[in-house]
Write a protein that binds this ligand. Structure first.
Ligand code: ADP
Length: 146
């Protein structure tokens, strides 16, 4: 199966774990659209513009990756972009249950399939919220960012 695929998330901040999913999705599908969700309830630590800019900078020399922002339902954005597959990362069994439900709802709503990639164990603990917490208490978070 060849791309493009949509990798949606709030990415606050975009971590090594996220970059690892993008790298592997590229190997599988050849093309990835990173979609930064900017619904009101996703407003967080870094302003949306900063998130989009920092991810775009990371992939500025990678023509197979495009960075977009969107609001509303992920499947509506995927359809609008002409994309038929969503990629998500799974870190834990709790993640898995949530992602299975989300995948099922998205498939029913739109026929769009979701491919779940298991997070690499050595990167899986680096959730955005853990990194945010470290930053909050003044730690250098650069080792956790791609
Ligand atoms: P969302 O609010 O959509 O879950 P996140 O930015 O938390 O936004 O996650 C976006 C995607 O990245 C999700 O599929 C999530 O499972 C995945 N992800 C988050 N952290 C990691 C990690 N450390 N390793 C692999 N995948 C991750």
């Amino acid at each position: 199966m060849r791309g493009p695929v949509l990798f949606p998330g709030s990415f606050d901040p975009f971590t090594l774990g996220h970059a690892d999913i993008v790298r592997r999705a590229l190997e599988l599908f050849g093309e990835v659209v990173i979609a930064v969700g900017c619904n009101e309830q996703k407003s967080g630590w870094m302003p949306i513009e900063e998130r989009i800019l920092s991810i775009s900078m990371l992939y500025k020399d990678e023509p197979r990756v495009r960075v977009e922002s969107y609001s509303g339902l992920t499947v509506d954005f995927a359809r609008h972009q002409g994309i038929g597959v969503i990629v998500r990362g799974v870190r834990s069994t709790a993640d898995f249950e949530y992602e299975m439900q989300l995948a099922d709802v998205n498939r029913r709503l739109s026929g769009i399939e979701t491919v779940l990639l298991p997070a690499s164990p050595e990167l899986a603990s680096l959730s955005s919220s853990v990194v945010r917490e470290l930053a909050h208490f003044g730690h250098d978070i650069s080792p956790f960012l791609p």
